[in-house]
Design a protein around this ligand. Structure first.
Ligand SMILES: [Zn+2]
Length: 100
């Protein structure tokens, strides 16, 4: 399933290109990939799914802010420097959406 939301393509798939621990991933310029089972028709609640989408939309905003290379460049360099939990882009997304 695919929907377009705020000019962003959102793919609701049973398999997404992440490790099993992650429920969603934002991969510009393609879109946001979310696990189908996280949706309200799966195991997720509407509120939880909305927050998850909000989190991913903040990553999309970061991509719009820095461009494609700026987005992936910062993501990779800061992942090495800070790890996932303290990653500045994750901290921003977490703080503004209320979800990890
Ligand atoms: Zn994130």
């Amino acid at each position: 399933m695919m929907v377009t939301f705020n000019e962003v393509r959102v793919f609701l798939w049973s398999w997404i290109p992440t490790g099993k621990a992650y429920a969603a991933i934002t991969l510009p310029p393609f879109g946001i990939f979310m696990r189908k089972r996280m949706s309200p028709s799966g195991l997720g609640t509407e509120e939880g799914f909305k927050r998850l989408l909000d989190h991913e939309l903040i990553h999309w905003e970061q991509y719009r802010r820095w461009g494609l290379l700026g987005y992936y460049g910062r993501y990779l360099v800061w992942l090495v420097a800070y790890g996932y939990k303290d990653h500045p882009m994750e901290v921003e997304a977490r703080e503004r959406s209320g979800i990890q």
